[in-house]
Design a protein around this ligand. Structure first.
Ligand code: ADP
Length: 493
């Protein structure tokens, strides 16, 4: 007897201190005995729980399932059951429990009581729910991206960090045949019928967009032609972005290929039109200027008419200068500028250009300071470089208000000759700085102030400087002024 009571005490002690919630439940559903872990889990003390039936601290939505299983066990259909269900904690919050219930019967088979064990799985359940929600979010996101990937009218290509093609959309697949009629091996940099913008030179491997992206470069609006046949050729504008893993390591690149054939053809037509119109206008205008000169020198023409003729002449000269700008742009389009390099004293050239701009500057009460060495020689096309200086200085004067100042500096540095034209004028908005070198572009502020111009000057400047192997840069602040910096390399010497 002693042994039996000892083991009952031991059992009671084990149950009381078990970390798992445990209860003896009567056949009427009322707890006969509950342990500490169960009290802690549900927030009631033992006497409180003993007064309650389990449906009272079960979440209403889970009562039926539990009652049904309880009944089936009592009816002898099953011996035990297991159920994951929600409990209501005394403070109102929900506690998830993993419940195991077994029925103990008397020797005659009469139900005696239930033994219930309850494991608190709230954290696990919440974790699972969060995981499920995150997975649903990720699935939705993936489906959205998938739909976008396949429906956009832009070719999309993903390459791995080793340059292998990982994925492309239908649109890109459709356009691959033009540059690679014999198929593509799926690796960045494969050569094909890809041409630079001149439409003649085959693109080298280092310049292929996929190769550049595989090397870690990012770029926008990279334009080129693809296709062997010039008639059916297509133009593309490509952008690339690098993709990085959680610790910033490169995991590949994404490329977007947009077809811009129509745009490029329209631009070609516009350029050809501008070029042919300016050619056609040049001959009659030369004749007009020639006769005007004769007339202006004719002493028989009365002074009043002479003055009017001078106005006509001034405007015809202005027309001629506009036409020469347009012609120059045309030449650029037709296949690059032909330079006639000679050994030129740039210091003298700059001084002359500034003197030529002085009357206009005086009229606008703009002062011009010049800082040039006595002599600075470089092999350049004198006429073209003079055009560069004239354009920059006349812009500086034109876009600087009353009382402002312009500074022209010429110096030598380690890489070449540097020309800086600074002004204290209207300045250029940050989002326009990259556009001012675009043909026909005119700044918003210049338009607001009705300052006349064609938007050709800086396009001409940049193409002349590029033909010399140099570069133009610009720093500007709206309302404070601008500095244009031209660098011409020594290699031309
Ligand atoms: P244009 O002067 O005939 O408009 P440009 O190609 O020379 O054409 O210049 C393009 C635009 O750049 C101008 O319309 C003007 O908005 C801006 N710009 C050029 N030079 C300056 C300058 N020194 N200061 C402020 N804005 C300038």
């Amino acid at each position: 007897m002693q042994g039996a009571s000892e083991s009952a005490d031991l059992w009671r002690l084990t149950v009381q201190h078990s970390p798992i919630g445990m209860a003896l439940v009567g056949v009427d559903g009322r707890p006969l005995m509950v342990n500490r872990a169960l009290c802690d889990m549900l927030g009631y003390d033992e006497p409180q729980l003993a007064r309650m039936g389990f449906p009272e601290f079960t979440h209403p939505d889970d009562v039926d399932a539990d009652v049904a299983l309880f009944g089936r066990t009592l009816a002898g259909e099953i011996d035990s059951y297991r159920l994951r269900k929600r409990y209501l904690h005394a403070d109102g919050r929900i506690v998830w429990g993993d419940l195991s219930v077994a029925l103990v019967r008397h020797a005659d088979g009469e139900p005696q009581h239930f033994i219930a064990q309850l494991l608190d799985v709230t954290e696990q359940q919440e974790h699972q729910e969060r995981l499920k929600a995150a997975k649903a979010d990720a699935d939705r996101e993936r489906q959205t991206l998938e739909a976008i990937f396949e429906t956009v009218n832009v070719g999309l290509l993903l390459i791995g960090s080793d340059g292998r093609y990982e994925r492309m959309n239908r649109r890109h697949l459709e356009t691959m045949n033009l540059p690679f009629p014999d198929g593509h091996e799926g690796s960045a940099g494969q050569l094909g019928h890809v041409y630079y913008l001149d439409g003649k030179t085959l693109m080298g491997k280092e310049d292929m967009p996929s190769y550049r992206a595989a090397q870690g470069e990012e770029f926008d609006d990279y334009r080129y032609w693809v296709g062997d046949d010039p008639v059916t050729r297509a133009a593309f504008s490509t952008s690339a972005r690098q993709m990085r893993g959680p610790s910033g390591e490169r995991i590949g690149a994404a490329l977007a290929y947009q077809e811009i054939t129509d745009l490029m053809r329209a631009m070609q037509v516009k350029d050809e039109f501008v070029s042919s119109v300016s050619h056609e206008l040049r001959t009659p205008l030369t004749s007009v200027l020639g006769f005007l000169e004769i007339l202006c020198d004719d002493e028989e023409i009365p002074p009043g008419a002479q003055a009017q003729l001078r106005v006509v002449q001034r405007n015809a000269v202005r027309l001629q200068s506009l036409l020469s700008d347009l012609l120059q742009v045309g030449q650029d389009v037709e296949g690059g500028l032909q330079l006639r390099r000679t050994d030129v004293d740039l210091a003298r050239l700059v001084r002359y250009a500034v003197e030529a701009a002085r009357p206009q500057a005086d009229k606008r009460r703009v002062s011009i300071a010049v800082d040039v060495p006595d002599d600075l020689r470089l092999s350049v096309d004198e006429q073209r470089i003079r055009q560069v200086v004239d354009n920059l200085v006349s812009n500086a004067v034109k876009y600087t208000g009353d009382g402002g100042s312009v500074t022209v500096v010429l110096r030598r540095d380690s890489e070449g000759v540097v020309l800086e034209v600074s002004d204290t004028g209207i300045g250029i908005a940050p989002d326009e700085v990259d556009q001012v070198f675009t043909r026909f572009f005119r700044g918003g502020r210049a338009l607001e102030l009705h300052i006349p111009g064609t938007g050709l000057g800086l396009d001409i400047v940049s193409s002349i400087v590029a033909a010399h192997g140099g570069a133009v840069s610009l720093e500007s602040e709206l309302g404070r002024g601008s500095t244009f910096r031209v660098t011409l390399p020594f290699s031309g010497l």
